[in-house]
Design a binder for this molecule. Structure first.
Ligand SMILES: [Zn+2]
Length: 418
């Protein structure tokens, strides 16, 4: 299949493919979608036709807030029958929710991108895959996994995240999967439950997505489950953006399927650019998403991967900008940087960092058993004093951190309005 081959093309060739797809989606969006018809002009469309993705910055950028204000009908292609599409709604936890439409064709492509990564990780027909999903996702799953490919044994079993942990674990024991497909926070829940009861489960591979996976968390998963861990960067709005190389060097950006731009960029070391991710999805024609500000802070690196794939490299995804702690002068502190520090403190089992509207920060810590509380509070304070300089912050020991089941868990969250 095409995607299996194209990952080995040279980066130049992949960019040519990207430009061809961009020309097509911009042109059809302009022709068939009222919103783009109103927003774009002929000049813009012509520029894209002439120069492809190198001139993409002639098109306006939209945020989730911008798009959620446009009625779905205005954003839908006149060539598509919405009744035959799957409605996918982005979570409303980080702003206004909005709907995109997925056709059978775009769903098939979405799945092919996942299969490309699974194949690269050595997952083969016969391997049992289990995927954790919130109940809402489970209702729609047939749309993605019904007979689209002739690989029945790779069709995963699904586990409902909103069930109790004990029920989840029972199901896992029954299925005995080789591969687990899960959000980091859900895996932490499983791990804590098992640890407390001195139980153990092993998997060959764990694939994570949807949240920041820190190095420490990755190592804990690897050790506890004796598994190799691979991470993926994707969002509901624009689909699969990047996936970790099997060599763990970095993430490979699916440039044959999306355009990932880094805006408001700063150089962060040799060949490394850090900034906000703006993404264009090149395979969803029903409600095209072109130059969409994902709200994620990313680092791309201009380098070749030892694996030989031509797909360019993304060094890290540092989490959502809305999850960054913000200083009074507007400077952002990455949630990833905060998490990496806290994970080094002995005696921290779990934590949550919450910034109030008035900029003050509260750090909630669940201590490990047999730990000196006062000492722990002081170590956490010492570890964070430099990174949180200029902000009032306190540390509180708690028994547990309440999270809404099935919802994205945020280790770091800021309520400061911006
Ligand atoms: Zn690679």
């Amino acid at each position: 299949m095409g995607l299996e081959r194209s990952q080995w093309f040279t980066t130049e060739k992949l960019h040519r493919i990207q430009s061809t797809k961009l020309r097509k989606i911009v042109e059809t969006a302009y022709m068939d979608v009222p919103f783009y018809r109103m927003t774009y002009d002929q000049d813009m469309v012509q520029k894209i036709q002439q120069h492809g993705s190198t001139s993409i910055d002639c098109l306006p950028i939209f945020s989730k807030t911008d798009l959620s204000k446009i009625p779905l009908k205005q954003r839908t292609s006149s060539k598509v029958n919405p009744v035959q599409c799957l409605r996918r709604t982005t979570s409303g936890t980080s702003g206004e929710p909005f709907v995109i439409l997925e056709t059978k064709k775009s769903a098939a492509y979405w799945k092919a991108l996942i299969l490309r990564a699974l194949w690269a990780y050595g997952v083969r027909p016969g391997d049992k895959v289990v995927r954790f999903l919130p109940r809402l996702g489970l209702q729609h799953i047939g749309f993605f996994w019904d007979n689209l490919f002739n690989l029945p044994s790779l069709r995963p079993a699904f586990i409902d995240l909103s069930d109790e942990v004990a029920a989840n674990i029972q199901q896992i024991m029954k299925i005995r999967p080789h591969v687990l497909y899960i959000q980091p926070s859900s895996l932490v829940r499983l791990m804590n439950y098992l640890e407390k009861r001195e139980m153990k489960l092993c998997f060959r591979k764990i694939l994570t997505m949807g949240e920041t996976l820190t190095q420490t968390l990755r190592r804990r998963f690897e050790d506890f489950f004796s598994a190799e861990v691979y991470d993926r960067y994707s969002t509901v709005e624009v689909g699969n953006i990047a996936w970790e190389c099997p060599t763990h060097t970095a993430y490979h950006i699916n440039v044959d399927s999306v355009v990932l731009e880094v805006v408001n960029a700063k150089t962060a070391g040799r060949g490394v650019t850090k900034g906000e991710a703006v993404v264009t999805c090149l395979y969803r024609y029903a409600t095209p998403i072109i130059r969409y500000k994902t709200g994620d802070l990313v680092e791309v690196v201009d380098d070749e991967c030892p694996c030989g794939r031509g797909l360019p490299l993304l060094k890290s995804v540092e989490g959502r900008i809305v999850d960054c702690i913000v200083r009074k002068d507007g400077e952002l502190i990455s949630p990833y940087a905060i998490a990496s520090r806290l994970e080094h403190v002995n005696g921290v089992r779990r934590f949550k960092v919450l910034q109030d509207k008035n900029y003050s920060v509260e750090v909630f810590v669940v201590p490990s058993d047999d730990v000196d509380g006062e000492k722990l509070v002081n170590s956490v304070k010492a570890e964070l004093s430099e990174i949180l300089r200029g902000l009032d912050f306190g540390v509180k020991l708690v028994d547990k951190i309440v999270e809404q089941q099935g919802k994205k868990f945020k280790m770091v969250e800021s309520l400061v309005e911006r």
